[in-house]
Design a binder for this molecule. Structure first.
Ligand SMILES: [Zn+2]
Ligand SMILES: [Zn+2]
Length: 223
């Protein structure tokens, strides 16, 4: 039953950063797995933001005859918190419709303060894999409409249970994203639902996160 539901994934990589596929191939493969909207959010900093977002957008515009919305985005990655706001506005200007910030994953040396800086900026759409996010930070995310990510990605997902508990406790909205870097990482509705349930969500919470929250973000991004 859940196999038939549309899947939405707002955090995916191509070879424009450290993924393996070109954008149009990622879009095609995601469509075949039941994805009905994806955001391509390659790692960006000041070095590459102006080049890669328009390149990704060019493939997103070519989709024809497949029932999938493909959205050019960005994942602002390892930018110092003091430079975050400037990186976010540069990504917007370059054409990113969905902005993800690479949060304080338990498996990477992300600068402490990155989670907070991200949720303080209402221009940020998603705080990805936020590790040991605090209730305070989740509260700010809720107030600013920043979605908190439950991740399918190995390593980053070690703190999914903590992230889910904190987000639920303050009523902050979540999304389930793959952070896909190759074809095997692409999810279906039912594989993403397992990750949602594994983080501690109830069945109805999981369905809300996978469908309702995803559609809310799509609408906000103008789709
Ligand atoms: Zn990556
Ligand atoms: Zn990522």
């Amino acid at each position: 039953m859940s196999e038939d539901k549309p899947r939405y994934d707002f955090h995916m990589h191509t070879f424009y950063s450290d993924g393996e596929l070109i954008p149009i191939e990622l879009i095609r493969r995601a469509f075949v797995h039941g994805n009905r909207a994806i955001a391509i959010t390659d790692h960006v900093s000041f070095s590459n933001v102006d080049e890669i977002i328009p390149a990704i957008a060019r493939d997103c515009e070519q989709v024809d005859g497949w029932d999938i919305t493909s959205i050019p985005g960005a994942e602002i990655t390892h930018v110092p918190p003091s430079k975050m706001d400037s990186a976010v506005s540069k990504a917007r200007k370059a054409g990113a419709k969905i902005i993800v910030v690479h949060g304080e994953s338990p498996v990477e040396p992300v600068t402490p303060g990155t989670n907070r800086k991200a949720v303080e900026n209402p221009e940020v759409d998603i705080l990805a894999h936020p590790g040991f996010i605090t209730a305070d930070e989740a509260e700010i995310a809720k107030d600013n409409g920043v979605f908190i990510e439950i991740t399918c990605r190995q390593g980053h997902s070690l703190t999914n249970g903590h992230v889910r508990a904190i987000a639920s406790s303050v009523g902050a909205k979540m999304l389930v994203n793959t952070d896909a870097h190759d074809c095997e990482d692409i999810s279906t509705y039912s594989s993403a639902r397992k990750v949602a349930l594994g983080s501690g969500m109830s069945e109805s919470e999981a369905d809300d996160v996978l469908v309702k929250n995803a559609r809310e973000l799509l609408k906000r991004a103008g789709y």
